[in-house]
Ligand binder design. Structure first.
Ligand code: AMP
Ligand code: ZN
Length: 475
């Protein structure tokens, strides 16, 4: 594994990353609340997390990634009041909360895939883990961290002296500003672990528990699912920066009090994507979501390209002009690659294909150093563009570097080209390519070489890339 540095919110400094059990990295990322479509701000955070996964792979780690789906318990107010977002979504659309959850989970996963994000290894839903949450609350109760009010069970933050440390909270000031509206809570920072169903209202999502019918608090969901799939202590936990003062602070408090272990060792937070009105919101009819961008003719990967141009810890302001520029830059990159692969096809058929060279390895090394330095994607992209302009380098070298970068920038360059080339291939050529892939899968190397030679005679060169075979027309 190569050296990797990450900015840890715990220490507010860049630290060398040390995995608990290298080469494995156990990672938890807070997933979407599926009461509505994701806005492109949410997507920026998921893109940063995908870059993290891909960069860790590049450094030689094996990442085990868990991302939850919040389909109950996330209330509209962080102060444990107001409606459950899922029930609110159900009322908005005249559907059941489960229908809403299923529909928006699928829509989120579609966006996630269009952006080229790798599917997590586990994608647990909160509603499938109520029992684990109840057990975690019971263990907190046994240790004396829980008290009961008329509307639920609360975590007593005064019993956890480190409570304010993670977010550097000024609890006295919070108390002074929030005395009104605290209800029966003992301290303004106390938070719900379990909420009782309201006495005169039938909730759509509610469960029996040792304390009465109700539903879990949002924070306990993530603790229970992270512990179940990653263990009591794991490597990295991520989310957007809004999670620092409440959600992640509360996850740390309840997990560490229940297990007496350090919960996550590195905490990473993405800065916000903002729009001209300030905070990104889902309240407008036509809010900024991926489908709106697509309807206006932008490609999802162009949005990815835009996000890569800013470091994840700097605020990124969204406007259409910068998306236009990203779309143009992305198209330019595809055009260059298309031209190059054509001429590489011709040259490659004479010289024996794309290879490595000092130019390629040196630039790979530089780009890796940028990524391993707290995911400095704007720098890595800058280095790539500089290298692609280098007049000393050959087209083969540039193509090789660009295709290599697709593993972590995930701009889908390979996919677009393979799609285009298969669209223009005749039936006979396609059949031979498939036969060759079958031969390769069955390790019949002589057959595979014979078909490759046959294809070359017909004017098609086959390149084997980590993503599969790519066919280039050479004459
Ligand atoms: P949610 O679906 O509201 O639970 O949020 C999903 C993720 O998006 C969380 O990690 C949030 O912290 C993050 N997030 C929310 N708003 C923004 C924004 N404007 N820019 C970047 N990330 C955001
Ligand atoms: Zn969470």
């Amino acid at each position: 594994m190569e050296k990797f540095f990450l900015f840890n919110t715990l220490s507010r400094s860049k630290e060398e990353f040390k995995a608990l059990k290298p080469p494995q990295v156990r990672l938890y990322t807070c997933g979407p609340t599926v009461y509505h479509y994701a806005h492109i701000g949410n997507l920026r955070t998921f893109l940063f997390e995908d870059l993290l996964v891909r960069s860790l792979h590049l450094a030689g780690y094996e990442v085990f990634h868990v991302m939850n789906i919040t389909d109950v318990g996330h209330l509209v107010s962080d102060a444990d009041e107001g409606e459950d977002k899922m029930e609110k979504g159900a009322a908005r659309e005249g559907k059941s909360a489960r229908e809403i959850a299923n529909y928006y989970t699928q829509s989120f996963l579609d966006d996630f895939q269009k952006l080229g994000c790798r599917m997590p290894d586990r994608l647990p839903k909160a509603t499938d883990h109520i029992q684990e949450m109840i057990e975690l609350i019971q263990s907190l109760e046994k240790r004396g961290f829980v008290y009961r009010t008329t509307d639920g069970l609360y975590f007593d933050t005064q019993k956890f002296p480190r409570y304010a440390d993670f977010a550097r909270l000024d609890v006295e000031n919070l108390e002074a500003g929030m005395r009104v509206g605290m209800g029966e809570k003992r301290a303004v920072t106390d938070f719900a672990l379990w909420k009782f169903s309201p006495p005169k209202k039938k909730r759509q999502m509610e469960w029996e528990s040792p304390w009465g019918k109700g539903f879990p608090g949002w924070h306990i969901e993530c603790s229970a699912m992270a512990i179940k799939y990653l263990g009591e202590s794991f490597d990295i936990h991520c989310g957007g920066k809004d999670h620092i003062p409440v959600h992640h602070t509360n996850e740390i408090a309840q997990s560490e009090c229940a297990t007496e272990k350090i919960f996550a060792r590195y905490w990473l937070h993405a800065e916000f994507l903002t729009e001209s009105s300030g905070k990104m919101s889902k309240s407008k009819e036509d809010f900024l979501r991926l489908k709106l961008l697509e309807d206006k003719g932008y490609r999802p990967r162009a949005f990815r390209f835009l996000c890569l141009q800013a470091h994840y810890r700097t605020e990124l302001h969204f406007d259409w002009t910068s998306l236009d520029a990203a779309e143009a830059g992305y198209t330019g990159l595809l055009n260059r690659l298309r031209d190059w692969t054509r001429s590489v096809g011709q040259a490659g058929s004479r010289q024996g294909g794309l290879g490595s060279s000092e130019f390629v390895t040196q630039n790979q090394e530089r780009m890796k150093q940028a990524l391993f330095d707290d995911l400095n994607s704007p720098r890595a992209l800058g280095l790539l563009f500089e290298a692609l302009k280098d007049p000393q380098a050959s087209v083969e070298e540039k193509t090789s570097l660009l295709l290599w970068s697709d593993d972590f920038f995930a701009l889908g360059l390979q996919e677009v080209l393979s799609q285009e080339s298969s669209e223009t291939l005749g039936d006979e050529v396609q059949k031979l390519v498939q036969e060759r892939e079958k031969a390769r899968a069955e390790k019949r190397w002589a057959d595979s070489d014979r078909i490759r030679a046959e294809l070359l005679k017909m004017g098609y060169r086959v390149e084997d890339t980590p993503q599969g075979s790519q066919v280039l027309k050479v004459s």
